[in-house]
Design a protein around this ligand. Structure first.
Ligand code: PMP
Length: 343
């Protein structure tokens, strides 16, 4: 049996570059709130996360009815795909399908299986980009959902905004689109959220506090879209799914956009350093926009083995390559030291 070291509590920080976590700990005010709440864990959170929903909606400048909140992006993605599965049932589709690009976030095939959706994965192009034409070609009469991650995990590539609009316009009426923007705060030119949700009736944009906001352990994310779609997606909000610590941390994090910008900029600096290191000593990574870098092909696969054998945890994709989370300057230095030793 192989041990998944990612879950060993002692192994934290520098050597753990396999889960696209933030390199930065909680804001002092969030840490204070967490300590204050320790004595209150016998209390339930809100039954449904209406206060958090309202805080997020106000931040985005939309009505509360345009937002659904859940246990991480994973929770909201599950809600959206539950709605897609229900649409399939209502339309008499016996073998409903979700279409997406692969490789992707490991949660997707699991959620699809949970919900009785057949997972249809279309490979990325050689440059690590999602090919919208291929996704469109994979949409059949039994397709109920298309998922697009932008920036994409594991390559960090982003889809072109106008191509995305054209793609959604061209889909059959019954298909819903999940645009997974888990890494959007890191992107150079994020698409116009208002135009996206204002134009498309069956598009849910998913975001999370796990990545740039650094709250992965607290499990909170949201979906934003047209009110009719969000109303259906909210029917699958799980009671008590957003804990009090998450509910307290969200407004604190949102009120510190200065700190978010500082952290995003620091990550970009480290990413540029790591990309230069890789290009000089191994192979240039994909020019991705997430808090990670991807080296594709046999060179990437080999790099994954080398780093793993030196005790640096990274995410290897069998024959596709390796994804390395961008950490702090010590983590970049550690990668540099490994590359220096082996090249
Ligand atoms: N979507 C993508 C593309 C991801 O990479 C991840 C996590 N790695 C998630 C969703 C899940 O995020 P959360 O922690 O908010 O559930």
């Amino acid at each position: 049996m192989t041990l998944d070291h990612a879950w060993l509590p002692g192994l934290r920080g520098r050597g753990r570059l396999n889960l696209n976590e933030s390199a930065y700990g909680p804001l002092p005010e969030v840490a204070r709130e967490l300590r204050a709440q320790m004595s209150e864990v016998n209390r339930y959170p809100e039954f449904l996360p209406d206060r958090t929903r309202s805080v997020v909606a106000t931040h985005l400048g939309v009505d509360d009815e345009s937002v659904s909140v859940g246990a991480g992006a994973t929770g909201v993605i599950t809600q959206a795909l539950q709605d897609a599965a229900r649409r399939g049932l209502d339309a008499g589709i016996v073998d409903p399908v979700m279409v997406t690009a692969i490789p992707t976030f490991d949660g997707y095939p699991i959620i699809a299986t949970m919900l009785g959706l057949r997972f249809r994965g279309m490979p990325l192009d050689p440059a690590g980009r999602v090919v919208l034409g291929d996704l469109r070609a994979a949409v059949t009469a039994d397709t109920v959902a298309v998922v697009i991650c932008s920036p994409h995990n594991p390559t960090g590539t982003v889809v072109d905004e106008q191509e995305l609009h054209d793609f959604i316009d061209d889909l059959p009426e019954h298909v819903i689109v999940v645009l997974d923007e888990a890494y959007i705060e890191f992107a150079e030119r994020p698409p116009d959220l208002m135009r996206l949700i204002g134009t498309h009736e069956r598009l849910l944009v998913i975001r999370t506090f796990s990545k740039a906001y650094g709250l992965a352990a607290l499990r909170v994310g949201y979906g934003v879209g047209a009110q009719r779609l969000v109303g259906r997606v909210r029917e699958f909000e799980m009671p008590f799914s957003v804990g009090p610590l998450a509910a307290a941390a969200v407004p604190l994090c949102l009120s510190r956009q200065d700190e978010l910008t500082r952290r995003v900029n620091a990550m970009r600096t480290e990413r540029a350093k790591m990309a230069a290191l890789l290009a000089a000593s191994w192979r240039a990574p994909v020019a991705g926009e997430g808090n990670f870098l991807f080296v594709g092909g046999p060179a990437g696969v080999e790099l994954g083995s080398v780093l793993a054998s030196c005790g640096v945890l990274v995410r290897s994709y069998r024959s596709d390559g390796v994804r390395i989370t961008v950490g702090d300057d010590a983590a970049t230095a550690e990668i540099g030291a490994v590359l220096h030793t082996v090249t």
